[in-house]
Design a protein around this ligand. Sequence first.
Ligand code: NAP
Length: 373
Amino acid sequence: MTTRRKRLSAAALIFVASVLVFGVVLSRDAACPSMDATAIESAPAGVSTMQAARYHCYGDTDVIHWETVARPELSDSSVLVRVHAVATNPLDWHYMRGKPYIMRLSSGIGRPSDVRLGQDFAGVVEAVGANVTRFASGDSVFGASPGAFGEYIAVRENADIARVPDSMSLAEAAAMPVAATTALQAVRDAGQVTTGQRVLVNGASGGVGTYAVQIAKSLGAHVTGVSSARNVELVRSLGADATIDYTSEDFTTGTARYDVIIDNVGNHAPSVLRRVLAPAGRVVVVGGPERDRWFGPIRNLVGALVYGWFVEPTFTGLFSETSQVDLEYLAALVRLGRLHSVIDRQFEAPELREAIAYQESGRSRGKNIVIIP
Ligand SMILES: NC(=O)c1ccc[n+]([C@@H]2O[C@H](COP(=O)([O-])OP(=O)(O)OC[C@H]3O[C@@H](n4cnc5c(N)ncnc54)[C@H](OP(=O)(O)O)[C@@H]3O)[C@@H](O)[C@H]2O)c1
């Protein structure tokens, strides 16, 4: 063997060994601390406290506990919200399990670095900081902020928070931030949907899909919603012009062509979606296989981005981000009567584990809400 070949073999071996070690480290779950230890850590003496959901290790829903913790502090530029309703998202069980493993690079290796759970909240402003001008005590607000599963949340007035439209309940408002923002950014921004376009929403009956159908309709599109037979009526009631039952028909083998495909499911390869795309049509990949333990839906999102860079520039993967501007846009659509939340199940706070397990089942029809008393 030549010296060069030996060096290459050694480098390849080191690379493979490094990947294996990296994989083992990333997928290792640290043991759960005893509940006594966590309760002492999270209930400091002499400060105002509240009940909030915490998880100190990765695992099944039994890693989630309601604990007595310090109330968030109010800064000069923030508002303190008494939370009344919180929506679940697939993100919650991904954080709870620390899966896909790749997300542990930010959520914590071995155990969660942020023990709070939940994003989407709605409630009533209890107090405002000295410099706050946009909100006042007593305002009904909704928004997105880490640690929403708790009695109180403090949010900067310029962050992801907006007023609840009068026509909406707090539960309906809590349903919107992550799912409706994702739908909005998929349909309006990445999909660039315009009047008269033919839009297909794959996964039209879930949290993102129920909003995507309505937003595409509000932009004047002809919408086809793909769902199972049990959800066809729901999708029609949201304004879809046509529906496809995925259990009896594969939309990628039909003759219809679409200007925009919003894919919340990720069960078709980009090259397959391309077959039913109109000339210059766009594909926005939003979701993917939730059970892929290494990369989860990220695999499809990145796959679509790469496909867009190298093969077909009209393909993209969406990584949505909540913003105050978009929350206000969504609230405006609600006020115009063009958008509403579909609530599947409503849970009480002690049923939080059941709520997250139901979300994880992948069978939600719209959104699920946890009521915080
Ligand atoms: N990219 C981002 O920034 C972003 C943001 C939020 C969410 N996501 C991802 O987007 C995806 C959707 O999120 P979500 O909140 O809408 O999830 P969800 O509420 O759990 O979606 C569940 C829905 O998916 C439907 N469904 C399952 N398999 C289907 C199939 N083969 N064809 C059509 N519909 C199917 C189910 O209907 P049936 O019960 O009738 O099958 C159910 O109504 C997830 O992968 C999530 O991780 C991405």
